[in-house]
Design a binder for this molecule. Structure first.
Ligand code: ADP
Ligand code: MG
Length: 396
């Protein structure tokens, strides 16, 4: 069900509290990747154009429930100001007299950024006193942080219960893309899952075994499956706790129409290093002391063909250690196949999104989810606190 958005309410002159996700990487006081800030611009610009007073809230990193200059949003305010071409005032607190005074001095179209919400220990507890203090700063709450929506915090869920609330454009887009994917799949529905751990993604695997036509596995996750099948994985990164779950998934796959596909060949290396000796081997021929760091060329070709024929594709998790040149080919091949695929293509997950950016194909995907953990939980069928608290769109 689509959510009511900023377009459905009158925001003129209102003080609008907007939860954004400005959890961006920093280095030496600078933002090194501003994609998340850019993702919030359409909502911020729209609100400014409509004459709202825009009060932004975000977390950044994992400060220990107290102010920590290393996690200050100052560099974010600077970058946001450049992108908006307007000064963005940043206050040092999240609530209290100083913040109230700053809000009182705002005019229509002004943008104010509150300090890192996780500097306040009450944020993660969704503490009603913090919710009340924040609510006093605004007339309307907008949630545009889908990627934080799996957390029931004061700024992600609590505020929606005390103020009139709507979704921002990024939030609405994330929900619509995932809902379209899951509710009415265009066939064949091909799902590509890779990355580090099976245990992170076992529920996703099970959900897709019920829903997809082909589930293609890659990345370190494959080794739990190989081990479950009794193959030797050498020194490959294998998650012991995941082997039982992989065995269960293999068993389930035997009973459903969805085809569970594992790699047939691998790029193996004698060390975990850029300059390691490498070789391409069949999955049942990993030499002792060697480790699989990418899917092999035959597997990459097979996966690319499945993607090319797909009605829709969802991809989460790199096929190999794409951060290192010699082990990037598998991930690059599937990224390029998705870019060329005429069907609907959706990519989600922190490292997967980094991969499509690295291979410069992000703008050729239908949707690149900033969601990470939130998109995974949504796909698993969980109710996200930041989503369920927002009102649905009224029927036309
Ligand atoms: P995402 O963030 O997209 O959900 P994950 O965090 O699950 O993805 O996994 C990404 C990480 O998995 C990458 O850092 C990548 O290097 C690593 N990885 C992928 N394949 C392998 C492999 N065969 N061996 C070791 N690490 C791997
Ligand atoms: Mg990751």
């Amino acid at each position: 069900m689509a959510k009511k958005t900023v377009r459905d309410v009158d925001v003129k002159e209102k003080r609008v509290l907007v939860r954004v996700d400005f959890n961006v990487p920093l280095k030496e006081g600078r933002v090194t990747d501003d994609s998340r800030i850019r993702a919030a611009l359409p909502t911020i610009q729209y609100l400014r154009e409509q004459g709202a007073r825009v009060i932004l809230m975000s977390h950044l990193g994992r400060p220990k429930d107290a102010p920590d200059p290393a996690f200050s949003l100052d560099p974010v305010a600077m970058r946001l100001g450049q992108l908006l071409r307007t000064p963005v005032r940043k206050v040092n607190g999240l609530s209290g007299p100083g913040v109230e005074a700053a809000v009182a001095s705002m005019g229509p179209g002004d943008v104010l950024l509150l300090e890192n919400s996780r500097f306040d220990p009450r944020e993660k507890k969704n503490d009603p006193t913090l919710v009340r203090e924040l609510a006093g700063l605004g007339d309307l709450y907008v949630n545009d942080a889908f990627s934080a929506a799996h957390r029931a915090h004061a700024t992600t869920a609590g505020l929606a219960q005390v103020l009139p609330s709507v979704a921002g454009f990024q939030m609405a887009r994330e929900i619509a893309s995932l809902e379209n994917l899951m509710a009415q799949p265009k066939r064949p529905f091909v799902v590509l899952l890779g990355g580090a751990k099976v245990t992170d993604k076992i529920k996703v695997i099970e959900r897709f075994l019920d829903l997809a036509d082909q589930l293609l596995i890659g990345g370190a996750m494959s080794f739990a499956f190989f081990k479950a099948k009794g193959l030797s994985v050498g020194d490959s990164k294998v998650e012991e706790e995941g082997v039982g779950e992989a065995a269960e998934a293999l068993q389930k796959a035997a009973d459903v129409t969805c085809e569970l596909v594992l790699p047939t060949d691998l790029v193996v290396a004698d060390r975990f290093a850029e300059d390691a000796a490498t070789s391409v081997v069949a999955v049942d021929a990993i030499p002792d002391g060697w480790m699989g760091l990418d899917i092999g060329p035959a597997t990459a070709e097979r996966y690319a063909q499945a993607i090319a024929a797909a009605g829709q594709v969802f991809w989460n998790g790199p096929m190999g250690v794409f951060e290192m040149g010699p082990f990037a080919a598998g991930t690059r091949a599937v990224a390029e196949a998705m870019a060329a695929c005429p069907g609907v293509t959706v990519v989600g997950g922190g490292d997967s999104v980094a991969a499509v950016n690295k291979f410069e194909v992000a703008d050729r995907m239908d949707h690149v989810s900033m969601g990470g953990g939130a998109s995974i939980e949504y796909i698993e069928g969980a109710e996200l606190p930041g989503v369920v608290t927002l009102p649905d769109e009224e029927p036309a």
